[in-house]
Design a binder for this molecule. Structure first.
Ligand SMILES: [Zn+2]
Length: 338
């Protein structure tokens, strides 16, 4: 028994064998915001073999209240979350292989990663990506763990392909609210509770303790002292196109429709070029300086216009902050970068 993981190994359901299993496994965490930070840190401390962390955003001041991997320096430098997270996680445990990817969670980007993953943790903030994860999970038979939180409310559910109903089945029977962190705010304990359930379910999967998995959809409101669990067994539909008898994975075909999208409750439009587009930041800086103040780091360049702010990533994606209007954002994009 190594000293490092001794307390975890003394926990009987893990034991020496479980620790070896944890050490040999690969976890994919999609999203490196509040939930992703919490899960990534716990799993890296627990000694998983490999972590892949995917995120498209960069660190902002409003993140620091709950996104535990990030510092003021990261917000100052507008570091991509995946990069800042990797820096911190490396300091925590050098034994874990950490792959941090600054990119959109899209089928084409995730497909090869999912194939080698043992479990996927949902730490995203929107249902477009969750439905993609749901389909990828079923296509490659990799379990995934849904998690969401807003205000003091949280929800989580563990999806085992071909065993449990999938997200698609469940959401047909259960309404989901439209509130986002930006409209309803969020307190960090709501995040920590959801993450704690997700991490625990992930550990059960990693040590292959299938019996211990929770088969309910769990929700809570920690401020208003509410807790509820719903049995989901009967929600599974044989007609479901993601998990039923004929699986067509409809959400994996949506790739090309998501080129321009409004980011969840953020007054921000993301534009993704149809092909990977590498900008020359030196040239771009010269050009954009005429329009407004330009800031840059090795991963992104931002330009403050009078009303909007442009952030251009190395992979070609552009955030236009300060608008929810896709047409307007596109015209601005073509005027400045096209
Ligand atoms: Zn289903």
């Amino acid at each position: 028994m190594t000293e490092r993981y001794s307390r975890q190994q003394l926990f009987q359901p893990v034991g020496n064998k479980g620790q070896q299993q944890i050490r040999s496994k690969h976890v994919l965490v999609v999203g490196a915001g509040a939930l992703g930070s919490a899960s990534a840190e716990a799993l890296v401390r627990a000694g998983i073999g490999k972590l892949t962390l995917v995120d498209r955003d960069y660190v902002e001041w409003s993140n620091l209240q709950r996104q535990q991997l990030y510092t003021e320096q990261d917000a100052q430098n507008k570091l991509p979350k995946a990069v800042a997270a990797k820096n911190r996680l490396r300091q925590i445990n050098t034994e874990v292989k950490i792959e941090a990817l600054v990119m959109d969670a899209q089928p084409a980007n995730l497909e090869s990663i999912v194939q080698t993953a043992d479990v996927i943790i949902d730490a995203t903030d929107n249902f477009d990506i969750r439905f993609i994860l749901n389909d990828l999970s079923h296509k490659y038979e990799v379990p995934w763990i849904y998690g969401s939180c807003v205000g003091s409310y949280g929800a989580t559910y563990t999806i085992i392909p071909n065993v449990t109903p999938c997200l698609h089945c469940i959401l047909k029977k259960m309404p989901v609210g439209g509130a986002t962190c930006e409209t309803a705010g969020i307190i960090s304990p709501a995040v920590q509770i959801v993450a704690a359930y997700q991490i625990t379910e992930a550990l059960k999967i990693l040590v292959e303790d299938v019996e211990a998995l929770r088969h309910t959809f769990l929700t809570f409101d920690v401020w208003n002292n509410q807790h509820a669990e719903f049995k989901t067994g009967k929600m599974k539909s044989d007609k479901c196109s993601s998990c039923g008898s004929t699986q067509t994975y409809p959400y994996l075909a949506y790739e090309n429709q998501l080129k321009t999208e409004v980011l969840c409750g953020r007054e921000t439009v993301q534009i993704r070029p149809s092909q990977r587009h590498l900008y020359n930041f030196d040239e771009l800086e010269k050009r954009l300086k005429k329009q407004g103040k330009v800031d840059r780091n090795p991963y992104l360049l931002s330009c403050q216009l009078p009303e909007q702010r442009f952030v251009i990533f190395q992979d070609g994606r552009v955030f236009i902050h300060g608008t929810n209007d896709i047409q307007f954002a596109r015209s601005l994009y073509y005027r400045l970068l096209g």
